[in-house]
Design a protein around this ligand. Structure first.
Ligand code: TRP
Length: 448
């Protein structure tokens, strides 16, 4: 005996590559392929796109770096991290926002992931109709009305729980290492196909040509929310993952790589969706159902559409799993480390809460579609509230905390970055991030 207290051994990602692969696995998911095109479509295309990219670099990378640093230096969940760094009440607020919002996101995310599994099976069994132009919308309504989405949501949550039962490093690492590159290749292939569509020019112009007249407070707010959502920021998700990084992982490099690859996937998804939207005379403003209505048309263009569509929905399902595993990890790490639950019990508690939320969200496309709060269904409310309010507020707390309240982050995490990066990041965290987030939040509620 050395006389030291026994420290419970914490898992560490085996290699640097695994650290990048898992953070990219968390970041890349439905946020890029489902949420980005639908938000861009609702908010006017180009104007949204520009803001999104600016926010990823100006706010996303610094906050990502700050979360990484807090996580690795404390090797804790979000509550524990703030606690060890003397975050006081501010840290507890961030912790509560993190745990609650991650469960809300898990709820509506599981519904969309459930649609993905349903599309996967339908296309595998040859039930998806790829020929009729009007089919996309009708098919979506048919597949997602009534109680059916509930079943698929439950199936998805079951898969998520199963993976989590297998522990931190094994299941997650192996899956993301192999599958993310494959998904990427498939997206590039579909992009090439988009070139051949009659609406290619119009779609690309819509996505990339900003109309600054469209730059309203709500576009700014949604683009900022999307940047946070897509990078899994603001709720301590990346913090929790970084608590499993080894000492050798370069935080700055991992942050930049993650942000770059994540935005690339979102842009590729846009390049696939919008040419198809204009080629088939659909409306870009369809909202959350957009991608699921448009994709069957995209596959109908390809020889062997059924195979492509099956493969695509399979990979999208797996990409969603690597993301939900990461968002579940926020509350699981908290339940284990702060509430002293066993890992399995913690996993079951998180899944049970998400199940209740997931049922409400799944039904809000059918039996509960009339139940609205502030004009939004439960699904839309969870989505809007978490992405546009909770994540930016969580991100603002991280940046204020690391920028102003930790006096020398270098001493907290010696291995964080070289000094130039450090001062650049600190400037962003002190001034740019909190300032921009606050202005956009105030602006969107009309106070500015
Ligand atoms: N970034 C993921 C996506 O784009 C979603 C996600 C995973 C997330 N973990 C998160 C969003 C934590 C917010 C917080 O699909």
């Amino acid at each position: 005996m050395t006389g030291q207290p026994k420290i419970k051994e914490r898992a560490v990602f085996a290699t640097k590559f695994a650290a990048v692969a898992t953070t990219v696995g968390s970041a890349v998911g439905l946020g890029n392929i489902w949420r980005f095109p639908y938000e861009a479509g609702v908010h006017g295309g180009g104007a949204f796109m520009i803001c999104y990219v600016v926010f990823v670099f100006l706010i996303g990378i610094p906050v990502l770096w700050a979360e990484f640093m807090m996580g690795r230096s404390t090797r804790s969940n979000i509550f524990g991290a703030y606690d060890k760094l003397r975050g006081g009440w501010l840290g507890r607020v961030a912790g509560i926002i993190g745990i609650l919002s991650s469960l809300l996101i898990l709820s509506f995310y599981s519904v969309v992931a459930g649609w993905t599994i349903e599309y996967l099976f339908s296309s595998l069994l040859g039930w998806l109709n790829f020929t009729d132009i009007g089919a996309g919308h009708d098919q979506f309504v048919e597949l997602t009305s009534g109680w059916r989405p509930v079943l698929w949501t439950v199936i998805f949550l079951f898969c998520n729980t199963f993976i989590l039962f297998r522990g931190v490093t094994k299941g997650i690492e192996r899956a993301s290492n192999i599958l993310m590159p494959l998904l990427f290749l498939l997206l590039i292939l579909f992009c090439c196909n988009a070139f051949t569509m009659p609406g290619f020019g119009e779609g690309i112009r819509y996505l990339f040509k900003p109309d600054f007249g469209q730059l309203t407070p709500s576009v700014l707010l949604s683009a900022m929310g999307q940047a946070f959502f897509s990078l899994s920021l603001g709720l301590g998700c990346m913090m929790t993952y970084a608590s499993y990084f080894s000492e050798r992982t370069g935080l700055m490099r991992t942050a930049v790589t993650t942000a770059f690859l994540d935005s690339l996937v979102a842009v590729l998804a846009g390049v696939i969706i919008f040419p198809a939207v204009f080629s088939f005379g659909l409306s870009p403003e369809a909202g959350p159902t957009l991608v699921f209505e448009v994709l069957p048309h995209v596959f109908s263009q390809l020889p062997g559409g059924q195979c492509w569509s099956t493969l695509f929905f399979l990979l999208l399902f797996l990409a969603s799993l690597t993301s939900t595993v990461s968002m579940s990890e926020i509350s699981i790490a908290y339940f284990c480390e702060e509430q002293h639950m066993g890992r399995r019990r913690a996993t079951l508690v998180s899944s049970a809460i998400a199940l209740v939320g997931g049922l409400l969200c799944a039904l809000s496309f059918g039996p509960l579609s009339d139940l609205t709060i502030a004009g939004m269904t439960i699904f839309e409310l969870f989505d809007y509230f978490t992405s546009n309010i909770a994540l930016p507020v969580g991100g603002m707390i991280v940046s204020i905390f690391v920028g102003w309240m930790l006096n020398r982050p270098a001493s907290v995490d010696r291995l964080a970055v070289k000094s130039f990066h450090m001062s650049l990041m600190m400037t962003c965290l002190r001034w740019v991030c909190p300032g921009a987030i606050l202005l956009i939040l105030l602006n969107s509620i009309g106070l500015l």
